[in-house]
Design a protein. Structure first.
Length: 392
């Protein structure tokens, strides 16, 4: 699909071409030695490269995007990987839009739990937060009318989830390895479909969708030798919704889903609010206070249902924006499991150094855990990450 898009370029009469992107050097330091055999001890350095090419036709009706991605890691061979995040042709004509190629689609409104985000596969070797996604092959047809936006997706190629290798950190006690198994005989060639309707009414923004296809989250089965985990990708049907209500300084958020998978069905939801204090103490600083609650009714057995990090958890957070020339921001939060008292603490801070350079600090701690809680497998993986980025 991407080859066709590039091959068509001479006939569209280019009017706008842009080259941008980022190159980043990253250092991740773990506070403790690895808990499991063969894990590296402390320092993990990386190089990340993501150029972005975009161009459009003279009339602006045809748009093209190509975003490759490369991550080279010093410790974990699985974390050294390349991907095509985007490679698509998009045409807009009146109220209609069609997109063919690889793209990234994000659904949802919650801060702590990206519950209803189902189109793209998670690039799990990047981080635990689920915000890094692999490019998804798709055909998307969209209609934008006064009554709302309707999106139809045909997803012809499945992407398997990435997992840390034997030497990597933030992994399970057993390495996830071997050929993945599928419920569908078509394996990665199964055609997934999705339908989404979104609209706004006054202060309300909402979306509702239906997905039928291969689950992006695999169940994890122990192989016959008992020394590795094998991903198993079920077929699933899922209905979900995301709703956001804005009123003055308040931002209320809610996501929910119902899923049928592996002969079972369950519901899950996350909801909460963000309240922003503007120009605190007569300064330019804004402070947002966040509270969210996640509930997931699936089984805690990873052989029966995909593992879940947030099954009965509260999230408390604060977002600080200095609104200065350097665009300095800070997001800090803590997730507490109501049953086991397991905790996750996180900090994300970023500051622009110049027009082309920025510095980011990310840190995650696991100070408390319950013996049966899923998060306990990462108990020795508290760390901080420093990233220096050069934009062009």
């Amino acid at each position: 699909m991407f080859i066709c898009a590039i091959g068509c370029l001479p006939s569209v009469g280019l009017a706008d071409y842009r080259l941008s992107g980022v190159v980043a050097a990253e250092a991740r330091v773990f506070f403790q030695d690895g808990r499991y055999a063969d894990q590296f001890e402390t320092l993990q350095s990386s190089l990340l490269v993501q150029p972005e090419f975009s161009w459009s036709s003279g009339a602006g009706d045809d748009q093209y995007s190509f975003i490759p991605y490369l991550h080279v890691d010093s410790q974990d061979a699985r974390r050294t990987h390349a991907d095509i995040r985007e490679a698509y042709w998009r045409r807009q004509s009146g109220d209609w839009e069609v997109l063919v190629g690889l793209d990234r689609v994000f659904w949802g409104v919650a801060e702590s739990n990206h519950l209803v985000d189902v189109i793209n596969q998670t690039d799990f070797v990047e981080d635990l937060d689920g915000e890094d996604k692999l490019g998804q092959p798709m055909l998307r047809l969209s209609a934008q009318r006064d009554w709302g936006t309707l999106d139809v997706y045909l997803l012809p190629g499945f992407r398997e989830r990435t997992f840390p290798g034997r030497h990597g950190r933030l992994r399970f006690p057993l390495v996830t390895d071997g050929d993945a198994q599928y419920q569908s005989g078509d394996r990665q060639r199964h055609l997934d479909t999705a339908l989404r309707y979104s609209h706004y009414l006054g202060d309300w923004d909402f979306g509702i969708y239906y997905f039928d296809g291969t689950a992006r989250e695999p169940r994890l089965l122990v192989d016959a030798g008992g020394d590795r985990l094998v991903p198993f990708y079920d077929l699933m049907r899922q209905v979900g919704t995301d709703i956001q209500y804005t009123r003055g300084s308040w931002l209320w958020k809610f996501e929910a889903l119902w899923r049928a998978q592996h002969g079972d069905h369950y519901a899950a939801a996350v909801g909460g609010f963000e309240y922003t204090l503007y120009q605190i103490l007569d300064s330019d600083v804004d402070l947002g206070l966040l509270l969210e609650y996640s509930r997931d009714a699936r089984s805690n057995n990873p052989a029966e249902q995909p593992p879940v990090l947030l099954d009965d958890d509260l999230f408390f957070g604060a977002r600080l924006s200095l609104n200065d020339v350097q665009t300095t921001t800070l997001l800090a939060g803590v997730i507490v499991d109501r049953d086991s008292r397991a905790m996750q603490l996180s900090i994300e801070a970023e500051r622009r150094l110049s027009n082309h350079w920025s510095l980011a600090l990310e840190s995650r701690w696991f100070p408390g855990y319950g013996g049966e809680d899923f998060i306990a497998v990462f108990r020795d993986d508290s760390h901080f990450t420093l990233r220096l980025s050069r934009y062009f």
